[in-house]
Design a protein around this ligand. Structure first.
Ligand code: GAR
Length: 198
């Protein structure tokens, strides 16, 4: 049966667009909703252009009460009946209760070769460490931040003239290739990791 996918974003949504555009033909999933905590997220209009319903659940009114925020998210999701959630640049931490509810059904993309560089500012940290290689990871979400079984990785070289911005752009191009391929496999029941050759 075709899986229904909710995509969560906070910003530009370039990964979300790649996911939405990939879910056609014999793909085992279809996007059912794009949800954002940020009403100004550029990705919302891109989802609407593609005929995918959008939901906005702002986090500010909940004033740090993450459980209440997530309760509102669940309410917004309910009419769309998703089977899977793809976090795609969704910049809010989720509680263990929420993650447990979606255990085995929620994916995230992170701009580093996990388990290296969990958290923020990954490109700056790679440059500061003098690494010669960087990349991105798609993983199942578990209660610990940027943890959980790895479903796919893509690597890029770090070049001597790189800035955080140039490195981020190189990694993002790989994210756009990796995430759709991993989602297709995962939705079809294949949870083995995919390592893209670059
Ligand atoms: C992507 O680089 C994604 O890996 C990162 O945010 C960016 C979103 O870009 N996610 C994280 O840092 C999560 N920890 P996009 O909105 O253009 O897809």
């Amino acid at each position: 049966m075709t899986k229904r996918v909710a995509v969560f974003i906070s910003g530009g949504g370039s990964n979300m667009v790649k996911l939405l555009d990939s879910m056609t033909g014999d793909h085992p999933a279809r996007a059912c909703v794009v949800l954002s905590n940020n009403p100004r997220a550029g990705g919302l209009a891109l989802a609407e252009d593609r005929g995918v319903p959008t939901e906005i659940v702002r986090h500010q009114p909940f004033d740090g009460d993450r459980t209440a925020f997530e309760h509102a998210i669940l309410g917004a999701l309910a009419p769309h009946a998703p089977d899977l959630i793809c976090l795609a640049g969704f910049m809010r931490k989720l509680t263990a209760d929420f993650v447990d509810l979606w255990r085995g059904r929620m994916l995230n993309i992170h701009p580093s070769l996990l388990p290296k560089y969990k958290g923020l500012h990954t490109h700056e940290r790679v440059l500061a460490a003098g690494d010669t290689e960087h990349g991105c990871t798609v993983h199942e979400v578990t209660p610990r931040l940027d943890d959980g079984p790895i479903l796919g990785q893509a690597r890029v070289p770090v070049l001597p003239q790189d800035t955080a911005a140039s490195l981020a752009a190189r990694v993002l191009r790989q994210e756009h290739l990796l995430y759709p391929q991993v989602l297709r496999r995962f939705a079809g029941g294949d949870h083995t990791p995919l390592y893209l050759k670059t």
